[in-house]
Structures are given as C-alpha cells and as structure tokens.
Ligand binder design. Sequence first.
Ligand code: BGP
Length: 464
Amino acid sequence: MSKEYRFPEGFWWGSATSAVQIEGAADEDGKGMNVWDYWYQKEPNRFFNGIGSQVTSDFYHRYKEDIKLMKELGHNSFRFSISWSRLIPGGTGKVNEKAVEFYNNVINELLENGIEPFATLFHFDMPIEMQNIGGFENRKVVEYFAEYAKTCFELFGDRVKRWITFNEPIVPVLGGYLYNFHYPDIVDFKRAVQFGYGTVLASARAIEEFKKLKINDAKIGIVLNLSPVYPRSNHPADLKAAELADLFHNRSFLDPSVKGEYPKELVEVLKAYNHLPEYKEEDLELIKDNTVQYLGVNYYQPLRVKAKENMPNPYGVFTPNWFYDEYIMPGRRMNPYRGWEIYEKGIYDLLKRIKDEYGNIECFISENGMGVEGEERFIKDGIIQDDYRIEFIKEHLKWVHKAIEEGCNVKGYHVWTFMDNWSWLNAYKNRYGLVAIDLKTQKRTIKKSGYWFKEVAENNGFVD
Ligand code: BGP
C-alpha cells in the first residue's frame, strides 16, 4: 500500500556544498592559500589520482549557470561556504574586494532565484598562515576567526539570514591531529584536544559577535556530523564502549554548542589521562552564553561499537580508540564505494535524541547523500540512472518524516550534494551530485536523482 509523505509548509529543500570543493579559482583574484592548496603543493600524491582542489566544478566562474540549475531542481535553499582565505588573504588584515564582489553576486543571484542562502564560515579551509601559527590551538587565531566572522556578518548579513559557524568541526581534529587525512597530518592527542577546544571557543566568539550586531530575523547555528552509536550487545563492557564513543564523536561538540557546557564524563576521562586542554575560567562563560540558535545535522552512517578486545599499548599514541573498537555488523548493507554502512533509521534515532535530550532545538538535515565511484557505467539515454541514490534519499526522508510526525523540530533537508565535487583526499573518486560534471568540458548533466529530487521538492513530499 502506498503512503503519502508530505512535509511541513516552508520545508527547506536544497543541497550543501563548500568553497574548496566547488569554487576552483584557487589562486585567482587575490585569494590567499589555505591548507588544501598548501598540502597539495607539498604532497600531490596523497590525493586520489593526484588531483588537487585547483580542479573543481569552477563555481567561481559558473555560479550563474549553477544557480539556475538549482532553481530548476526545485531548490528553495542552498548551503555554501565562504572561503576565509579568499575573503581575507592570510586570515587577518585587509578584505579582498574581489571576494566581496563574488560572494555578493552569489547571494544576490540566489535570492533573485528564490533560494535562501545558508552561509558556512568554516568548512575545513584554514588559511595556511593561520595553521602555521597553530590554527585554533592558538588563541590569536580564535580572535582572527571572530574578526573574519564579524566581517562576513557586516558585509552579507543584510541578505544572509542563516549562518553556520563550523561545518563538522570534529573532522579537522580527527583528520589533522589523529588519523592522517587532513593537514597538518600529525598524530598528537593533546594537540587534537587543544585544537578542538579552540574550535568551540571560535564558534562561541563568532556567535557573540553575531548577537552584538542584532541582525533582524537572522539565526546562527553549527553543522555537526552526528552518528548514532549502537553497542554490540547489552553487556556492560559494550555499553561502556558505546558511551565513550558517543562522548568523543557526538557530545564533544554537541553539548557545548547546544547546552553550553562540556559533558562532565568527557572532562573526567580527559583529566584521568592528563589530556585536558589549557583553558581559562572565563572561556566556560563564553561557551555558556553563546550557544547555537539552530542545528545542522549531517548524517551518513552509524557507529557500531564493541568493547576493546586487546588492551591498547600503554606507550602508544593515545586516541579515542583506546576505549572501544568499531566493527561492521555482519549482514548490514554497506555502500561498497565509501565503505559506509547504509542505515536509514539512524537519521530518525538522531532526531529523536535531539528532541529528547537537546530541548528539541530547531534543526535540519544539513547533509545526507551517497558517494559512488564510476557512475558513467550507469549512463542510459545520456543520463546517469542513479536509482540507488533515489532509494537512499527516499528511505532517509521517510524516517525524517516519521520524526517530524512525532514532534521533532526539523525544518529542512539538504542533500550532499548539488553537483559532483572535489572531495579532500578522495578528490573525484566518489561522486555525490544530483548533477554530473564532465571534468574535461565542465558540462553539467542532471542525473535521474536530480529530476526525482525536483519532483519531491516541488511537491513538498512524495508518495511511495
Ligand atoms: C562531509 C563533509 C563534506 C563531504 C561529505 C562526503 O563529511 O562535510 O565536505 O565531503 O562528507 O564525504 P566524502 O567526500 O569524504 O566521501
């Protein structure tokens, strides 16, 4: 029997992107260098097929065409990020007028097409000069970030009503300081904690600046990549492992961002291992007073956790994985390309938890999507027939719908992503777009999922 899935009026339908992944023009019009530009120059072979972020979908020059396509695909909202190193080369000092012009053009074009702009201030792209002095480990950088944020609010706040301080702040911590998939590509738990803590401060400082400006009907939030954590069994050791994984992966940013304080259990663990960050008493007040006004949830996969089987080497490097093992549950469906489990109900579990434990704060799905390698093989009649992606989005949407029916305060759904884009170390390996890109000709072609998404967005739901 078919069922109707209609979403609340005014639901945000759209997609998310980030500057580094779509803009290109990496050294044009006075843009400074960020960590990705630098890392690629240093070690091009770390990137899939040796492709760096210089080669992207060239949104910098093609934004008009792309925004037209967004409209065509039923978007009423779109998340992009502002590149700190483009707006303020070097991270501090003079504003680059060419960048102001570019972001003004993008914002105006979106608005003219009836698309609400969601602007992220930081999506993994630290200016290299800021990273060289320690990034968010350094309080000066926290302040430079607050200045940059204020500049953005002043320049664009008359039109941008939805701000995001950070996208997935835990990722540069894990990637850059523990697991070698972001720059500075080191393994140092103490520095990881300090960088993460500095990020929380930077987010709070940006919110403080935002509030000072009293911009009418605008809101500021954060986007977190949350994963529901499922223990292998109800055995106390598995439950404990899951609790610790949740503390590190979810609550380390969720609690300070939404509740204004760190979970005391996390503080205790860090203290026990002598890994508390350096902090000042007044920081805690800053965090308390500057919580987010709404929350973006990026959901890709759950975290399945079991008790540690072997004791970690006490002389080895300390990481969160000291406390638990991740595992792949036999029989679960996996996305073979990205190696991530597909578990649609996870999105519902997260939303319910936000309702029950985080005051039902206003939220939206800020990323959800499926990366697939070699999609050309699915071309028929000139179009990528990505039924797997339609299925993926649809099944997740059903769970989002159920969460809304049960009172969760969910305002929208943004797919990752609008068009195939460059993705960090994986470059163009996995394609996520509703629109395909031919990297040689830059030609954009809507995939089957794009046409499907358009229908859903325009009808504010679907029947299945
Ligand atoms: C999120 C990031 C995005 C994007 C996406 C897909 O973590 O916010 O920037 O890249 O994941 O992941 P990936 O491209 O690594 O497959």
